[in-house]
Design a protein around this ligand. Structure first.
Ligand code: SF4
Length: 352
């Protein structure tokens, strides 16, 4: 028997083909179905009240509704909420909700675990278990929209305003599925997120940056974390394959359309990459590029052997970059107390 069709992974044109050809239904049914899947984030066929019972039964026979179920929720003192979700096959992934006065941002996962092996990252310790399907990536967004609606008493269908692909996994290692998820999330018939409000982060898979630039329209963040190849190779094995110079060449070729400026993420680790000399090296690398740098003081993960840079050192590092006309910002660390901050997602329960 053919495996059931994963409806929530199909962009509207493919869903329309399925509905008209396989189910022999009118095209407008596909739009109705798409609205249920991606505007309302439906989790069952039964709730699709404007589809006939016969159609819902037919769908249940040949298709499946892939969702994720909330497994655990942890709230930080700063308002951040870390959700742990369970996939249909029992895998655990995490998404982090970060509300602020002017935006409601969700950080989503794109893989179960990760293959990139960054030495400072808790997710790396899991290895890569599997890629997430497009439906599983967007299901995190739908589930948190539901949570925020209920928790904050909102009646808007999509309270989330911004998305960052910086959770578990390397998004460009799962490029096809991430690309489809972006198409679903940006669809006017779906959640209708603006491309300006979505950022995808990568450790720098150079050939994929070219494809990302050509085939998507969202923003790019590069997780750089070192000012020279020697240090980067020590903490990020990907640098053995693609050196910093190649990575920067790819960034130079990135189409800097309005609002598509590349951000560099630089996690500051004490005694590893946070000296004045490192700051000067970084400024020399990035000088003249239309980029900005987010400095993030490392969130210590027990057992990984890295320590966080102190506030005064981070401030000195930032001053050196700015003196060389490289815009640099010290990013507030969200959800540190619940292991929800950058590099801390590893399905570990933290006592409240
Ligand atoms: S920092 Fe990102 S790319 Fe590196 S191992 Fe962790 S999840 Fe993977």
């Amino acid at each position: 028997m053919a495996s059931p069709v994963d409806l929530a992974s199909l962009p509207l044109d493919e869903l329309t083909r399925f509905v008209t050809q396989a189910l022999q239904e009118k095209p407008f049914r596909a739009k109705q179905l798409f609205h249920w899947l991606h505007q309302r984030g439906a989790t069952s066929f039964e709730e699709m009240s404007d589809l006939s019972k016969a159609l819902r039964q037919k769908l249940a026979q040949v298709a499946e509704l892939v969702t994720v179920t909330k497994d655990l929720e942890q709230r930080s003192a700063d308002g951040t909420i870390k959700y742990r979700f369970r996939t249909a096959d029992g895998k655990l992934i995490e998404s982090v909700y970060m509300p602020s006065p002017d935006r409601k941002t969700l950080c989503v996962s794109t893989q179960v675990g990760c293959a990139m092996g960054c030495r400072f990252c808790a997710t790396a310790t899991l290895g890569l278990v599997r890629h997430l399907k497009p439906s599983e990536i967007v299901a995190q967004v739908h589930a948190v929209n539901r949570e925020v609606r209920r928790n904050e008493g909102l009646d808007t269908l999509r309270p989330l305003t911004n998305l960052v692909f910086m959770g578990m996994g390397e998004p460009l290692h799962n490029f096809e599925n991430v690309k489809t998820a972006l198409e679903l999330l940006e669809s006017e018939e779906g959640p209708n997120f603006s491309s300006r409000h979505i950022t995808v982060s990568t450790v720098g898979l150079v050939p994929m940056i070219e494809r990302f630039a050509a085939e998507t329209d969202v923003k790019l963040a590069i997780s750089l974390n070192a000012s020279n190849d020697e240090t980067r190779e020590r903490i990020m094995p990907v640098n053995k394959r693609w050196k910093i110079a190649e990575l920067l060449d790819a960034v130079r070729r990135f189409p800097v359309k309005q609002g598509r400026r590349v951000t560099f993420e630089y996690v500051l680790m004490e005694g590893v990459n946070d000296s004045d000399e490192n700051a000067r090296e970084l400024a020399a690398l990035l000088g003249g590029l239309p980029v900005k740098v987010n400095l993030i003081q490392y969130n210590e993960n027990p057992g990984l052997g890295f320590a966080s840079t102190r506030d005064n050192r981070a401030a000195a590092f930032q001053r050196i970059l700015e003196a060389q006309d490289v815009p640099a910002f010290i990013r507030a660390n969200r959800g540190r107390d619940i292991a929800a901050a950058c590099g801390q997602l590893a399905n570990v329960e933290v006592a409240p």
